[in-house]
Write a protein of this length. Structure first.
Length: 255
């Protein structure tokens, strides 16, 4: 499955002439504290609402297939909840729609979370960093509309993707020592405004090559890297500490 992204010359045009929030694609290297999370997802949420509110019986086959291939998004409210001794902190931040918190009373509201709930790994491009394309992107903002965090992920078949991301962080941020992880390759970085957590977990995926006349598939297993990049605003982390809430793993709590 090969990623289909913008042609090279068009991508260069984006990089040279557009700011991060002026395009449908988030250019992560241009991310700053003024980025509008709500603006980025506004049209995407509207499109999702349109699809979900349409009666499928009124769609022709072509339109229905197109709807099924369209990425979908959701917006949730974020709030602080009591950890009740289950975490090494008094509180934690979670969506009010999460199955563990929906029946609990929030202690305090924080802001909003935007999530990618349906996407095509091969076709969708929501964010790019150092030529690496991310088809899935979750972000959050506080009640003032200020950027809090983003979490980008992909199942990569390109062995250069992880090293390209690592190269960007090495050139543009400072590495923070963290404990080793046996199941994933994890590193933590920081610059003036953000903390970055880059992780990779190796796995395998079935690639279907063809089907015969009886419907039997011809397939093979290929290696993939499940890559995750999380970026946290330092103001967001300070808010969590102030509210005595759980700080994301690998973030240095002593700062």
């Amino acid at each position: 499955m090969q990623n289909k992204i913008l042609p090279f010359m068009v991508l260069l045009l984006f990089l040279s002439s557009c700011q991060a929030q002026d395009t449908d694609i988030l250019l992560i290297d241009q991310l700053d504290k003024t980025f509008s999370v709500a603006k980025f997802y506004q049209s995407r949420l509207q499109k999702t609402d349109e699809i979900l509110s349409t009666d499928p019986k009124k769609l022709d086959k072509k339109t229905a297939l197109k709807a099924l291939e369209t990425a979908m998004f959701e917006k949730d409210t974020l709030a602080f909840y009591s950890s009740e001794g289950r975490l090494p902190s008094d509180f934690y931040l979670e969506s009010t729609n999460d199955w563990m918190s929906r029946k609990k009373k929030p202690v305090k509201y924080f802001g909003y979370q935007y999530k990618t709930v349906v996407y095509d790994e091969a076709k969708d491009t929501l964010a790019i960093l150092n030529k690496v394309v991310f088809p899935s992107l979750d972000m959050a903002e506080n009640n003032k509309g200020e950027f809090a965090y983003l979490r980008a992920s992909k199942a990569s078949r390109n062995k250069n993707d992880f090293s390209d991301l690592l190269s960007f962080l090495q050139k543009n941020s400072k590495r923070i020592p963290i404990g080793d992880s046996l199941s994933e390759e994890v590193s933590c970085w920081e610059n003036k405004n953000f903390y970055y957590i880059l992780s990779k977990k190796e796995g395998k995926e079935e690639e279907i090559l063809s089907y015969d006349h009886s419907g039997n598939k011809n397939s093979k297993m290929i290696d993939i890297s499940n890559i995750r990049l999380a970026i946290y605003s330092k103001e967001y982390i300070q808010t969590l500490k102030k509210e005595k809430a759980y700080v994301p793993e690998y973030i240095p709590v002593f700062k």
